[in-house]
Write a protein that binds this ligand. Structure first.
Ligand code: ADP
Ligand code: ADP
Ligand code: ZN
Length: 216
């Protein structure tokens, strides 16, 4: 299955994508994770992307689309993928369709995780991520067993630099202006599955499964 996960910053895309990918035996492709890995490694791509990410702005399309085109062409995507973080604009959605068409593929479903805006700031401020394996936690909603340590790998948990209140405000504005129109775009294409993201992590997963005809 070729699936896109959409939703505002903090909706729970990464959290759900991770479990879905493990259950469906397909890769979880997160554009944000790829950028952050490049920033950590100090690559040219990372240095460029960081100028935008640190402000909460979108990384330019020429960089983002070249990166995703290469990633989707890798062998592990042959049986499907869960794409988290792209498209973020109508332009990227059109480009994604063209990239997939070149590879003889198309999207099967676009899952939109719907969460009221007033909940997002608390979700983002409380988010902690493993430095080593990118597993995501929340200080209150989904805490690790041992504070500051990843349950999966024992790695150190950190707070993303762009999860500061000021950057969050800009990311939410960017979402509203540039990404939210994608909901109507995919609805029109008959690909949209919208789920209520304002429930427990497990219940969101169950609802996604119902919509995909999948019991996890
Ligand atoms: P996104 O990838 O959409 O930005 P994340 O998956 O990183 O979102 O989730 C944002 C934060 O909210 C994380 O700290 C995560 O643990 C927490 N979270 C995710 N889903 C839920 C949920 N259904 N209820 C409460 N908190 C959640
Ligand atoms: P979120 O948790 O807000 O959904 P992500 O980890 O998906 O965050 O993305 C972090 C940042 O990486 C974004 O704020 C943006 O700067 C950049 N980014 C991620 N995906 C894209 C994309 N498709 N186009 C442009 N920039 C992107
Ligand atoms: Zn870890």
């Amino acid at each position: 299955m070729n699936i896109v996960l959409m939703g505002p910053p903090g909706a729970g895309k990464g959290t759900q994508a991770d479990v879905m990918a493990r259950n469906l035996f397909v890769p979880h492709i997160s554009t944000g994770d790829i950028f952050r890995a490049n920033i950590k490694a100090g690559t040219e791509l990372g240095q460029l992307a960081n100028q935008y990410i640190s402000k909460g702005d979108l990384v330019p399309d020429e960089v983002t689309l070249a990166m995703i085109k290469d990633r989707l062409a890798e062998d592990d995507c042959a049986k499907g993928f869960i794409l988290d973080g792209l498209p973020r604009t109508i332009g990227q959605a059109d480009a994604l369709e063209a990239i997939l068409a070149e590879q003889g593929k198309q999207l099967d479903k676009v899952v939109n995780i719907d969460v009221p805006e007033e909940l997002l700031i608390a979700r983002l401020c409380g988010r902690r991520v493993c430095r080593n394996c990118s597993q995501t936690y929340h200080l209150e909603n989904n805490p690790p067993t041992e504070p500051g340590r990843c349950d999966e790998c024992g790695g150190e948990l950190y707070q993303r630099a762009d999860d500061s209140e000021e950057t969050i405000k800009n990311r939410l504005e960017v979402y509203r202006a540039q990404s939210e129109p994608l909901i109507a775009y995919y609805e029109q294409k008959g690909l949209l599955l919208s789920v209520n993201g304002n429930q427990t992590i497990n219940n969101v997963l169950v609802d996604i499964g119902k919509g995909l005809g999948q019991s996890w």
